[in-house]
Design a protein around this ligand. Structure first.
Ligand SMILES: *[C@@H]1O[C@H](CO)[C@@H](O)[C@H](O)[C@H]1NC(C)=O
Ligand SMILES: *[C@@H]1O[C@H](CO)[C@@H](O)[C@H](O)[C@H]1NC(C)=O
Ligand SMILES: *[C@@H]1O[C@H](CO)[C@@H](O)[C@H](O)[C@H]1NC(C)=O
Ligand SMILES: *[C@@H]1O[C@H](CO)[C@@H](O)[C@H](O)[C@H]1NC(C)=O
Ligand SMILES: *[C@@H]1O[C@H](CO)[C@@H](O)[C@H](O)[C@H]1NC(C)=O
Ligand SMILES: *[C@@H]1O[C@H](CO)[C@@H](O)[C@H](O)[C@H]1NC(C)=O
Ligand SMILES: *[C@@H]1O[C@H](CO)[C@@H](O)[C@H](O)[C@H]1NC(C)=O
Ligand SMILES: *[C@@H]1O[C@H](CO)[C@@H](O)[C@H](O)[C@H]1NC(C)=O
Ligand SMILES: *[C@@H]1O[C@H](CO)[C@@H](O)[C@H](O)[C@H]1NC(C)=O
Ligand SMILES: *[C@@H]1O[C@H](CO)[C@@H](O)[C@H](O)[C@H]1NC(C)=O
Ligand SMILES: *[C@@H]1O[C@H](CO)[C@@H](O)[C@H](O)[C@H]1NC(C)=O
Ligand SMILES: *[C@@H]1O[C@H](CO)[C@@H](O)[C@H](O)[C@H]1NC(C)=O
Length: 631
């Protein structure tokens, strides 16, 4: 019996170890299933017990090591009824919880007190009732709380002051009563208490907010000095004045010293400045889209197209809809060959890139077909297409956001200023990663898929700092072409200019230009001090022909020792990619092998030249290595 026990125990231990290695958070998974199985919902979730929670379950995000669930976003799933106790609350590592726009009833779950790391809580548009939690001090990290559009009653607890990180608090459209406590929250930027039954006066600590955030209550506004009428119309005044609003005083002082008329000008300028600052924060994607060439009434709205929705790809665990996206705050990232790109931050802090395509030349079916091809690519060196949207007037694509910016920005940004140079190892990894990504793309669609827009601004750094390519497969559905004198045109293979048709060899050419860009630090088309337009490929050719090879390389790279051979080797590969005749260029797989052989980065050690022998040799190129030593 004892022996049997020991054996069972060992099996249990081994099992435990294996489970740890497998890294699916079992406990959290159980908690989520208990939640789902005990609350009715009208939309079904793909939460399959036998699929891994971290990569397949809609609305669930895990920590980097997949050991815990850290975010649950389930807006609009049709949850109906109270939150079953002891379910969500077991996700003790949870940081983001969004259950907004459901029909959840009952009180605020008291066991949420176990969610010590909770930072973002979105429960707006439900049917919660009863009092707010009395003790907010359990959530030290609470940053945004949105409980608007519910039926909470009772008073606002003063313990909110203990959530010192609180930046946004929305309690609008509830049934809260009593007076507003003096909330000492220095980080609070967004506040909305409108449409409740609050009374009394606005406490001193909250007088920095515009009156409109207290509207729809029975609140008296004292005559304190900071109670100036709001500078902006109420709708856009959700944020307090910028910290330097004290400079109104300075302006007044100036006015006394100079003349009354000048004061007006200064104050006016100040108001405009404040307005602009606020405008900037208030940008919404929908507003950004309106600013495009389209007339406002053409902007997508639910009323216009009944079945308009974002199409997500399988395995994508984002949970938001078109309206969320349009409501997201937006920032223009750039205007690309195929249209503008925006960085959109959804209200639960998810950040995505939204590309708005202009000049799409195909109909819905072809568009969808191409999206399915592109969206099915899952590779660590290809930026994932998460979702797309197609309507007559609007075509949007949603990608992951990469915080470090594009390789173009990393390479050319803030030149001449005090910038951190992009070192050679990073450039090598960019080249290797991008080559792997393009190789993968070229295998797609029966080996016929063309990227069509390989350029430094479409390459990003993945979590391992390797290159990762974006924007694949759009040329075939677009009718636009970059203007001839633009950075983008500098990547275009000669035959594309004539035929207007991209093919895999033209991708190789463009990739060769990217390699040259990494080596030289120069843009593919740039102007010299004398306004002369320089094509990078021609310039490199001319310099190399004159045997001034060392002149080619980016000055930033000169500080790193012992990399000359690698750079020259990379230069040879680049030159082989940008030969004029398409059929003389190497295939992407060969380019990849050559680049991987410049240095075997993945193994971590620098090989001697001996084990490079099996690599395909790039076409011969005479390079004057001697000239290095003179630098
Ligand atoms: C869950 O996944 C398994 C295997 O992947 C599959 O056989 C089963 O049908 C799925 N169940 C549901 C409810 O989708
Ligand atoms: C909460 O966050 C902290 C810091 O990120 C982390 O150390 C801790 O393990 C988290 N707590 C839980 C229960 O995951
Ligand atoms: C609180 O949030 C900050 C930043 O969001 C994070 O660095 C910190 O680890 C968090 N602490 C806990 C206890 O979660
Ligand atoms: C939600 O609450 C409101 C007001 O209490 C009520 O009128 C409405 O019927 C409720 N909705 C549902 C779906 O229970
Ligand atoms: C809040 O509403 C509940 C019913 O939903 C009621 O029983 C309770 O007395 C109310 N509390 C206050 C303070 O109004
Ligand atoms: C939380 O706030 C309340 C009221 O402001 C205060 O009495 C209490 O001591 C605070 N608790 C902690 C843990 O800071
Ligand atoms: C809370 O939700 C409302 C309604 O969805 C939204 O307008 C508001 O921006 C949100 N506030 C915060 C601070 O997230
Ligand atoms: C919010 O509250 C105001 C005032 O009580 C009411 O007029 C409005 O209809 C409410 N909005 C919603 C969406 O419930
Ligand atoms: C407000 O809180 C800060 C720390 O967050 C503290 O230093 C300050 O004394 C508090 N002020 C009041 C009036 O309680
Ligand atoms: C606010 O309303 C409560 C009842 O909800 C009442 O007891 C209190 O006296 C009121 N305060 C003021 C200042 O009107
Ligand atoms: C609003 O508050 C004032 C006192 O602050 C009170 O006299 C008045 O009756 C209140 N009105 C309502 C509708 O509660
Ligand atoms: C506050 O909420 C109300 C009701 O949702 C809304 O009408 C108003 O625009 C909001 N105010 C601000 C400043 O966000």
């Amino acid at each position: 019996m004892k022996v049997l026990g020991v054996i069972f125990f060992s099996i249990f231990l081994v099992g435990l170890v294996l489970f740890q290695g497998n890294a699916d958070p079992v406990e959290d998974k159980r908690a989520l299933l208990d939640f789902m199985n005990n609350i009715p919902h009208s939309r079904s979730l793909n939460w399959n017990e036998s699929s891994p929670v971290c990569h397949h379950w809609t609305g669930v995000t895990c920590s980097a090591d997949n050991s815990r669930v850290i975010a649950v976003r389930l807006p609009g799933v049709g949850f109906d009824g109270p939150i079953p106790p002891n379910t969500i609350s077991r996700l003790s590592a949870l940081q983001i919880l969004s259950l907004r726009s459901n029909v959840i009833t009952g009180g605020f779950p008291s066991d949420f007190a176990n969610l010590r790391n909770l930072s973002f809580l979105y429960l707006q548009f439900n049917n919660f009732s009863g009092p707010l939690p009395s003790d907010f001090s359990v959530w030290k990290n609470l940053t945004i709380v949105n409980l608007s559009y519910n039926a909470f009653n009772g008073s606002i607890p003063s313990s909110l002051s203990n959530s010192t990180q609180l930046a946004g608090l929305n309690l609008a459209n509830n049934s809260l009563t009593g007076e507003i406590p003096d909330l000492n929250l220095s980080r609070l930027q967004g506040l909305n208490l409108s449409n409740n039954y609050l009374n009394g006066s606005v406490p001193k600590s909250l007088q920095r907010f515009p009156r409109s955030v207290f509207s729809g209550n029975n609140i008296s506004f004292g005559s304190s000095p900071s109670n100036l009428p709001p500078v902006l119309p109420p709708s856009s005044a959700a944020y307090p004045k910028p910290k330097n609003s004290g400079s109104l005083g300075e302006a007044a002082l100036l006015g006394i010293i100079v003349a009354g008329g000048v004061l007006g000008v200064v104050a006016f300028a100040f108001l405009i400045l404040v307005c602009c600052l606020r405008r900037k924060r208030e940008l919404r994607l929908s507003g950004e889209l309106q600013k495009g060439e389209m007339s406002p009434e053409k902007v997508i709205s639910r009323s216009q197209d009944a079945n308009n929705k974002l199409t997500f790809f399988e395995g994508c665990n984002y949970a938001f809809d078109l309206e969320d996206l349009l409501r997201a705050s937006a920032e223009v990232l750039g205007k690309g060959t195929f249209g503008a790109a925006y960085k959109a931050i959804l209200e639960d802090a998810t950040t995505v890139v939204v590309k708005r395509l202009k000049d799409v030349s195909v109909g819905k079916r072809d568009f969808e077909q191409q999206m399915e091809v592109v969206g099915s690519i899952r590779h660590e060196n290809v930026v994932e297409l998460k979702a797309y949207y197609y309507s007559k007037d609007e075509k949007l694509m949603v990608y992951d956001y990469y915080s470090q910016g594009s390789v173009s920005a990393l390479l050319h940004g803030r030149r001449g200023e005090d910038r951190t140079p992009l070192d050679w190892d990073t450039r090598l990894k960019i080249a290797i990663g991008a080559a792997r990504g393009i190789t993968r793309i070229h295998l797609e669609n029966g080996g016929k898929l063309v990227h069509g827009n390989v350029k430094a601004s479409n390459i990003f750094l993945n979590s391992r700092q390797y290159g990762c390519v974006s924007d694949a497969g759009l040329t075939t559905i677009m009718s636009s072409l970059a203007p001839p004198i633009s950075r983008a045109a500098g990547y275009r293979a000669p035959e594309v200019t004539d035929t207007r048709k991209a093919a895999q060899p033209s991708d190789i050419y463009s990739f060769g230009v990217v390699l040259l860009e990494l080596l030289t630090g120069k843009s593919p088309i740039h102007t010299t001090a004398g306004d002369e337009i320089v094509h990078l490929v021609r310039w490199v050719h001319s310099v190399v022909r004159e045997e001034w090879t060392a002149e080619v390389f980016d000055l930033e790279l000169m500080r790193y020792p012992n990399i000359e051979e690698e750079m020259v080797e990379m230069l040879q590969i680049a030159m082989s990619c940008v030969v004029r005749m398409p059929d003389q260029r190497p295939k992407m797989l060969d380019v990849l092998k050559m680049i991987e052989n410049v240095r075997r980065l993945d193994t971590g050690n620098q090989p001697s030249s001996g084990n490079k022998s099996e690599s395909p040799t790039p076409p011969q190129l005479v390079v004057g290595k001697e000239s290095f030593t003179s630098h």
